[in-house]
Structure formats: C-alpha cells, structure tokens
Design a binder for this molecule. Structure first.
Ligand code: ZN
Ligand code: ZN
Length: 141
C-alpha cells in the first residue's frame, strides 16, 4: 500500500507526482525497509543519536517501533522534493508516549529536509516564490 502526491504550480506550470510507501510492494521493498530499520536501530545503539536515545533503544528494545517507510520530503532551502526513507522511532505506553524523527539531508544542497504533511505550505521547486498546490492524493494497494 502506498500514497501518491501530485503537486502543481499555477505560476510556472510545474507539475509532478510522487509515490511513497510500497509503490511496488515487492520483496525488495520489504527487504530494504527491514534493512533500513535494522541500520537505524544499530546506529542508535551505537550512540549516534545521543545517550538518551541509546538507553531507550537498549532498554525498550521490544517496545520501540521503528518506521523506515518511504515518505515525501521537501528541502527548506532549495525547495527540491525528494522521496526518502523515513527515520522515525516511536513508543506508546499508558503513561508515556514518545516519537523521534531524525534529520534528513537534502541530496542537492545538504540543508534540512522537511517531511511533507498535508496542508503545510509548499513552495514550488521550480520558481520558488509561489505556493505550489497539492492537487491530488492517491492511494494504491
Ligand atoms: Zn536542498
Ligand atoms: Zn512554480
């Protein structure tokens, strides 16, 4: 199952559609996701994300959910869209909820990427100054 996002800019005519999630729900996609999850877990256990995350991942190994599905991101600097593997961890307990999302770097300019959520302001990657519109969201199996 996955989601597609189609963006359009009325100013310059830019139009592009992005696919996230298991676009082609193949064994490969599944394997890649699992590998990414394992990689993120090891990096956290190694202390890459700081001591508190390290402790948490070590002590709550079975309670932490790691999400490495692909998702749509946009660079805050150069406004390029890119589909990236999410690096997110969360844990839900009766009295304690936490969720951490690790920073992504723009492949083009190395600034921070922002995860696109519906309704947030989107700048056109082409003409930059005008707000691009999300024209459709699709779901596919
Ligand atoms: Zn960028
Ligand atoms: Zn534009």
């Amino acid at each position: 199952m996955g989601t597609s996002y189609k963006y359009k800019c009325d100013n310059c005519g830019y139009e592009e559609e992005f696919f996230t999630g298991g676009r082609i729900m193949t064994k490969d996609y599944h394997k890649r996701t699992e590998e990414a999850e394992e990689e993120l877990r090891s990096a956290a256990l190694y202390g890459k994300y700081g001591e508190s995350i390290r402790q948490l991942v070590r002590n709550e190994r079975d309670n932490i959910v790691i999400n490495c599905d692909t998702d749509l991101y946009q660079c805050m600097e150069c406004r390029q869209f890119s589909v990236q593997i999410a690096k997110e961890m969360y844990m839900h307990r009766n009295e304690f909820n936490m969720s951490v999302e690790f920073r992504h770097e723009c492949p083009a300019c190395h600034s921070s990427l922002l995860r696109k959520t519906r309704g947030s302001v989107t700048f056109c990657p082409k003409c930059q100054n005008f707000t691009a519109q999300l024209v459709s969201i699709g779901r596919f199996e």
